[in-house]
Design a protein around this ligand. Sequence first.
Ligand code: COA
Length: 242
Amino acid sequence: MDRAETIELLCAEAWRPVTEEPLGDWRLRAASGFTGRANSALAIGDPGVPLPEAIDRVCDFSHAHGIPPVVQAISGSETERAIEAAGWLPDTGHAAGHLVAVLVGPLGRGGDGVSFLPEPSAGWWELVAGTAEPTPAQRHVLTTGEIGHGVAEITAGAVRTAVVGELLHISRLAVRPEHRRRGLARALMAGAGSWAAGRGATECVLQVAVGNSPALALYETLGFREHHRYRYWVPAWKDRSL
Ligand SMILES: CC(C)(COP(=O)(O)OP(=O)(O)OC[C@H]1O[C@@H](n2cnc3c(N)ncnc32)[C@H](O)[C@@H]1OP(=O)(O)O)[C@@H](O)C(=O)NCCC(=O)NCCS
């Protein structure tokens, strides 16, 4: 297994779907449609059956769980080439961006004005999920595991943190538009590093859509570099509404 695959498996541990079934080494995942990662088959390793059968199984699983069939594959991998050869297409309709950069970087330190809540607050939910009243699937995906609920300035900004292996997984970093460019994201990243250092993390990982220029600029200033990319794939015949 190469490092990109190892990182993907660790990131998957930080982002638990409601339902997961193994298909050989692959993971079939569903969470009522909340997020691409939790509602796609993670195609890492050997599915244990020929690829045409594997993608049929992805479709069957997706239909059984009421979500469109989607495969998440590392860009440029042999698996991605095989999926493309089978007639699948990049999921250009994926709202958050179908091509995602996985960045690694140093743990931050400090984080003035940032605190980690014992329980997620309404303000934290609003920032990380866009609602103060999360659905059961949102609650499951975003709070399963030992999760940090970081907030800056009483929720002008928020972040979700998890430690997987030696990696701090950062997700849902968000700052309210009227509070941007005041260093709050930088502070949240620093606070996240401090939160994780006591939990065994030595490095930080996060996923960002390749078109998200503000976030990419932020992470570059913090010393992150792109490790690899992944992409979401859908069958050419797929109807997004099922
Ligand atoms: C990305 C985001 C979290 C940045 O929050 P922020 O509090 O405004 O960021 P900071 O003020 O800490 O910025 C730190 C540095 O990052 C860079 N940066 C941040 N936003 C930028 C932008 N819009 N354009 C260019 N550079 C930017 C700058 O170098 C900035 O330093 P400077 O202001 O001294 O030039 C915010 O824009 C946001 O909430 N976006 C929507 C959610 C999102 O995309 N989250 C990331 C998901 S991976």
